[in-house]
Write a protein that binds this ligand. Structure first.
Ligand code: SAM
Length: 287
């Protein structure tokens, strides 16, 4: 470890340890080593984490840390770090601090000057995105969509124009309704439903939003779900108006002395699109 402020303190280290999202083989050697050797494991559900440790034939001290006690627990865990205890934080599944309150203990650890270390592993939304067949050069992760229809539609309006593949966690009983709202608000985009990743009934279902909404309305989904939605596609009309401003920006940048490649890259960034997409728009208009 390079020389740092951590050498000056006797604080313990806070490890954010990823655990499997289904298949127990997906835990890393390093994660197991850390979970065995820390002084304490803070977890969402002690029974759940106890089972994981038992599967790998070891045990350790567990303390619950979840949305109902996180404020008090974060203080308590910070005091233990100050006393030199090493602590691992795990969630029920996947990477802690993704859609759970662990960020508070991380923030506290930074405040007291303790070292914070990620132990990487499974995370559901990344794995859903990579098997969706949709572009992954830019991904917007929106956590859970709101459960109330009005709020959900407002959220979808907010993210509609984000130039990225959109990814959401969703509960099985809301899936069909959410898909229908997505189709209405975002348009009938390509999408994929990733269900029960790494588990026995793993399923990746690509399709148009409307088609998926109908499918899951007829036969509701079960299990854990990630919804992946294609970014807004640029229609021919939009493309031609984009072209005018894109090409004029490219021309402007070239005038300023940038060569064509750099000008295109800068203009694409300005428009929130990839270089290849900007290139495609310019090319299609030339034709
Ligand atoms: N910390 C987790 C992670 O790293 O992805 C996410 C926790 S979040 C509270 C739980 C949600 O993640 C589930 O409701 C589901 O949407 C998604 N999820 C977790 N495991 C999954 C799996 N095996 N397949 C599909 N989605 C999963």
């Amino acid at each position: 470890m390079p020389f740092s402020v951590y050498h000056l303190t006797m604080h313990g280290t806070l490890y954010l340890v990823a655990t499997p999202i289904g298949n127990l083989q997906d835990i890393s050697f390093r994660a197991l080593e850390i979970l065995k050797t820390v002084d304490l494991i803070a977890c969402e559900d002690t029974r759940h984490t106890r089972k994981l440790l038992t599967h790998f034939q070891f045990s350790n001290k567990l303390i619950s840390y979840h949305e109902h006690n996180e404020a008090d627990r974060a203080e308590e865990l910070a005091r233990l770090l100050e006393d030199g205890k090493n602590i691992a934080v795990v969630s029920d599944a996947g990477t802690p601090a993704i859609c759970d309150p662990s960020f508070r203990i991380v923030r506290k650890a930074h405040e007291i000057g303790a070292r914070v270390v990620p132990i990487p592993g499974a995370v559901a939304f990344v794995n859903a995105a990579i098997v969706s067949g949709l572009a992954t050069d830019s991904i917007f992760f929106g956590g859970f969509l709101p459960s109330k229809k009005g709020e959900r539609r407002n959220r979808l309006e907010e993210v509609k124009q984000i130039p990225a593949t959109l990814v959401f966690y969703e509960s099985p009983h809301r899936l069909a309704k959410s898909l229908a709202d997505c189709a209405e608000v975002l348009g009938d985009r390509n999408a994929a439903v990733a269900r029960e990743l790494t588990k026995l009934h793993e399923e990746i279902v690509p399709g148009k939003l409307k088609e998926l909404a109908a499918k899951y309305a007829e036969k509701p989904a079960k299990g854990e779900i990630v919804l992946v939605i294609e970014r807004q596609t640029i229609s021919r009309e939009t493309a031609s108006s984009e072209h005018e401003s894109l090409s004029s920006l490219v021309a402007e940048l070239e005038k300023q002395g940038f060569d064509h490649k750099i000008a295109l890259k800068k203009a694409a960034k300005e428009f929130g699109m990839s270089k290849s997409e900007a290139y495609r728009i310019l090319l299609s208009e030339k034709k």
